[in-house]
Design a protein around this ligand. Structure first.
Ligand SMILES: [Mn+2]
Length: 540
């Protein structure tokens, strides 16, 4: 299973790219699922709804979890199964421990080879608690008469002389009576309504005694085993629930992080631990040895290639493919991977080309989705990042989905930029990204709006959020671009720890909220300039 996702704070290009690439790969027979690393923004939601898709699921981490371990999966047994059955199954499956589960497959307890051994050494020797079937199976016998089906009681072996037995009045309905072909004792057992009669030695019985047995309510098993062997085996018929461990079971859930359970595993004197799913259903057993080589989660990154923009635990995952249109970041891989990076306006453009290269048909809804990704990232092909490839892709895709592009973009943009019901913190972090370069760190937020007056009214509160972000993360420079698409420029808010850097970036004095014409692309018009200015500042 491959996890496909775009960057944190996903924008429409990231969501679209993950959905579209997953669809393409699935068509090629790759098992994969698209994910998102954060909330679906209003614009993406509009696009998803418009073209009839479902938002990908949220993914929080790709660190190895218990599910990624190749743990053992011996079959489970029922609480009512016999100890002998458990023993044989352990032998067959070369397992030293078995899980006991209820009818919903939930874990009830565990039983180990040691528990079995101890039950015969430490256990109560003459108590039986099992079913007629279990007892019959263990003794490889025949059920000659079916009376009680729950076999509970004490074992009595009729070794005494009959008068001694009668006088002692030993038998009652809780007696498991083991006897050979001694008719007097058998008859006495029937009279006393014992729980179970086990007739050993495999001898023929007289018609008369058989008749008496058939007319009674006493369960009777005939076995070829002699009395000695029968008494050896009888306790192995007990149900496993009579000896299973249920208290203070240490169990792990499939989604427990391997990092987090390490301690418990290393400090416990047990060597095998049951694994259950979220509904407490038994899955298998894991031990220390399974931790050595977890399966790395396989991932494909779209629309980003930097660790800090990506998911938690990415270093512990296996990157198998990257498709992006941003500058090459800090991600490194252990094996060669497919890395498609192209300086075009959107990742959606590159993925559209992947459909073409692979000879895959782009259906109408998918065309709409990809088109939205391109229009969103290139601001309707007006951003300076726009290339001919983006324009051509939009033309070709619109051949398929036949939209009024101007009208559609306006609708999408309006849905996406509405700041109604969003607080200042949400505005600032709506599309916030961190960038690093040679030890410098900057944070840049970009907000698009058609309602600049609303932003200006909330300017002070937004600045508070910006300052907090700046201080908490110790960025060199923190910026907020409020991009007014109708005027094709951005209002700039900032905090800088490097005096003199801001004017250096834009070649002019910079006041909070200054409008800079033609400034619409964070990636192309801001990030490189900021790093250049920081470089110059450091050299100076
Ligand atoms: Mn993008």
């Amino acid at each position: 299973m491959i996890h496909i996702f775009g960057h944190k704070n996903p924008d429409t290009d990231s969501i679209v790219s993950a959905l579209a690439l997953a669809h393409l790969k699935q068509q090629q027979g790759v098992t994969c699922t698209p994910y998102r690393l954060g909330d679906v923004n209003k614009e993406s939601q509009f696009v998803i709804d418009r073209f009839g898709f479902k938002a990908p699921n949220l993914l929080k981490s790709v660190k190895p979890v218990v599910q990624d371990l190749n743990y053992d999966r011996p079959p489970a047994i029922k609480p009512t199964d016999s100890i002998l059955y458990a023993y044989k199954l352990m032998h067959e499956t070369k397992s030293k421990i078995l899980a006991i589960t209820d009818e919903d497959k939930r874990l009830s307890g565990v039983i180990t080879m040691k528990d079995i051994a101890m039950s015969f050494i430490d256990g109560i020797y003459n108590k039986v608690n099992t079913s007629l079937e279990n007892m019959n199976n263990v003794l490889e016998g025949d059920i000659f008469n079916r009376g009680r089906l729950d076999i509970k009681g004490r074992i009595a072996i009729a070794a005494y002389y009959q008068d001694t037995l009668f006088e002692g009045d030993y038998f009652d309905e809780q007696t498991i009576l083991v006897v050979g072909n001694r008719y007097d004792i058998i008859e006495y057992g029937l009279q006393k309504d014992v729980c179970l009669l086990i007739i050993t030695g495999g001898k023929e019985l007289s018609e008369e005694i058989e008749e008496k047995i058939k007319n009674s309510n006493v369960s009777v098993i005939k076995t070829d085993y002699d009395t000695y062997k029968t008494s050896q085996y009888i306790l192995q018929a007990n149900m496993v629930e009579t000896i299973m461990a249920t208290d203070q079971l240490i169990k792990f859930y499939e989604d427990d992080l391997v990092d987090e359970i390490k301690e418990t595993l290393l400090n416990s004197r047990h060597s095998n631990f049951p694994v259950v799913d979220l509904h407490s259903r038994y899955q298998g057993f894991m031990g220390r040895r399974h931790m050595l080589k977890p399966n790395r989660k396989k991932v494909m990154l779209v629309d980003h290639n930097e660790y800090r923009q990506s998911i938690e635990g990415l270093v512990e995952a296996e990157i198998v493919e990257i498709i992006d249109h941003h500058k090459i970041g800090d991600i490194s891989t252990k094996q060669p991977v497919t890395f498609i990076n192209s300086p075009v306006g959107s990742t959606s453009t590159i993925i559209y080309h992947q459909y073409l290269i692979n000879g895959m048909e782009v259906k109408k809804s998918m065309a709409g989705l990809l088109l939205s990704g391109i229009l969103s990232d290139t601001l309707n092909l007006k951003s300076p990042t726009t290339t001919n490839q983006d324009r051509q892709a939009v033309c070709a895709l619109n051949e398929i989905c036949d939209l009024d592009i101007e009208e559609f973009f306006r609708e999408m943009f309006k849905a996406g930029t509405s700041l109604e019901g969003i607080n200042e913190e949400e505005i600032f972090y709506k599309d916030f990204k961190e960038f690093g370069n040679e030890g410098s760190m900057i944070g840049v937020s970009q907000v698009y709006t058609l309602d600049i007056e609303d932003v200006k009214k909330r300017q002070d509160k937004i600045m508070d959020v910006l300052k907090t972000a700046h201080q908490m993360n110790q960025y060199d420079v923190t910026l907020l671009l409020v991009t007014d698409v109708s005027r094709s420029g951005s209002y700039l808010y900032y905090e800088s720890s490097l005096p003199g850097v801001m004017p250096m970036i834009f070649d002019r004095p910079i006041n909070q909220g200054v409008f800079i014409e033609e400034l619409v692309s964070r990636k192309k018009q801001v990030i490189p300039k900021v790093f250049d200015a920081i470089d110059n500042h450091k050299k100076a």
